[in-house]
Design a protein around this ligand. Structure first.
Ligand SMILES: Nc1ncnc2c1ncn2[C@@H]1O[C@H](COP(=O)(O)OP(=O)(O)OP(=O)(O)O)[C@@H](O)[C@H]1O
Ligand SMILES: Nc1nc2c(c(=O)[nH]1)N[C@H]1C(S)=C(S)[C@@H](COP(=O)(O)O)O[C@H]1N2
Length: 196
């Protein structure tokens, strides 16, 4: 049996949080790296809402509220500002806008990242739900984006759990390309395969 329903469009907020990239000291690689990975992983038509902002708690929280409440994003990914330096405040700002915490994402990202760098434990990244949107922090190193979303042979990437999480909070049905990211859903939540 094939699924006759059209692939649902998805709205994704992408927030690069960097003092230096946002003031032009270096070119931002966060937004392009996130857009590249998501465009390869997802079959759905994607609408991106990109933002490049400094490491300021109020600015980060305001941006996240705007992306969820006004731009109606189903998913928001941030990159940067998760470490222990005094200006790293992304997790605090994310918790400021949270309805609920999703601790498994941060736990799994640190597990994955330990297969790449011993300093993985320095990332305080969190994930939360606000309304019907999932917000996830990723580390600032541009290479950490593909590492945490896609994973390592020894540790599954976190994106595998994102589609089912978005189902459960009432968002669109995310469909992935298995060669980039094999999403996992319980059998009862799976739709029939697509033709072709
Ligand atoms: N948006 C970005 N674009 C390109 N490289 C970045 C970006 N964000 C971080 N990096 C790189 O990853 C490193 C670690 O990221 P982190 O978020 O800790 O930045 P930082 O040292 O606080 O500096 P800044 O906030 O000015 O980017 C940075 O020092 C930089 O080399
Ligand atoms: N997958 C992955 N995770 C990673 C890293 C990385 O290069 N790859 N860098 C680590 C380092 S060095 C730090 S300081 C923390 C926090 O980074 P951030 O402040 O850029 O968010 O993320 C860690 N997690």
């Amino acid at each position: 049996m094939t699924d006759p329903r059209p692939v649902e469009p998805v709205r994704i907020g992408i927030v690069s949080i960097s003092d230096r990239a946002s003031t032009g000291v270096y070119a931002d690689q966060g937004v392009p790296a996130l857009q590249d990975w998501l465009s390869r992983a997802l079959i759905n038509p994607l609408h991106f809402e990109p933002r490049l902002i400094p490491d300021e708690r109020e600015t980060i929280a305001r941006t996240l509220r705007e992306l969820v409440d006004d731009a109606r994003c189903d998913l928001v990914l941030t990159t940067g500002g998760t470490g222990p330096a005094p200006r790293d405040v992304t997790p605090e700002a994310t918790l400021d806008v949270a309805d609920r915490e999703m601790p498994g994402f941060g736990e799994q990202m640190r597990q994955i990242s330990l297969h790449f760098v011993p300093t993985a434990i320095l990332s305080r990244q969190v994930a939360v739900i606000r309304g019907r949107s999932l917000i996830i922090n990723l580390p600032g190193q541009p290479k950490a984006i593909a590492e945490t979303l896609g994973g390592h042979p020894a540790a599954k990437g976190i994106f595998a759990a994102v589609p089912y999480c978005i189902d459960l909070i009432g968002g669109p049905y995310l469909e992935t390309r298995d060669e980039v990211c094999a999403a996992f859903r319980p059998k009862s939540a799976q739709r029939p395969a697509r033709q072709g």
